[in-house]
Ligand binder design. Structure first.
Ligand code: RB5
Length: 152
């Protein structure tokens, strides 16, 4: 973690395709001091990614978590589903720059990644960029994010 702020409460979730990466990433982030709660899935048995997305995104929407990380095979389906939940701004990301910009310009509160797209090392770097980067509040981006929020 980058500073001495009160640790963010972070949820993580995946479907079966993202299960192995979720396990590894959650462990690595906990070792780095992040407060990670695993909302499943808890095995490689097949599950439908919208069910995981709705569970995790709803918990963020209700304020139970500050941010969340979602993983499926591509990172795409689970992110699309998460964006259906009120208050969620989820970004599917497979590079560090996009993860930072999703926070700075879009105030993303969920990041989606694909276990068939990124390996553990890159997933860690993406997650840390997402978790450690602040939104540029008060900037020109705030009114744009407000327009996104008004679409809910
Ligand atoms: C599951 O096979 C796969 O379709 C899912 O993990 C995800 O990639 C969908 O977007």
């Amino acid at each position: 973690m980058s500073d001495n702020k009160c640790p963010l409460k972070i949820a993580i979730g995946s479907d079966h395709a993202g299960f192995a990466l979720k396990q590894e990433l959650a462990g690595a982030l906990r070792e780095d001091g992040y407060d990670i709660t695993d909302l499943g899935t808890h095995s490689t048995d097949s599950v439908d990614y919208p069910d995981i997305a709705v569970n995790v995104a709803s918990a963020v929407s209700k304020g139970e978590f500050d941010k969340a990380i979602l993983i499926c095979g591509t990172g795409i389906g689970i992110t699309i589903a998460a964006n259906k939940i009120k208050g969620i701004r989820a970004a599917a990301t497979s590079d560090v720059y996009s993860a930072k910009m999703a926070r700075m310009h879009n105030d993303a509160n969920i990041i989606g990644m694909g276990a068939r797209v990124v390996g553990l090392g890159l997933a860690q770097e993406i997650a840390k960029a997402f978790l450690d980067t602040d939104f540029e509040a008060g900037s020109r981006h705030e009114k744009r994010v407000n327009k996104i929020n008004a679409l809910d």
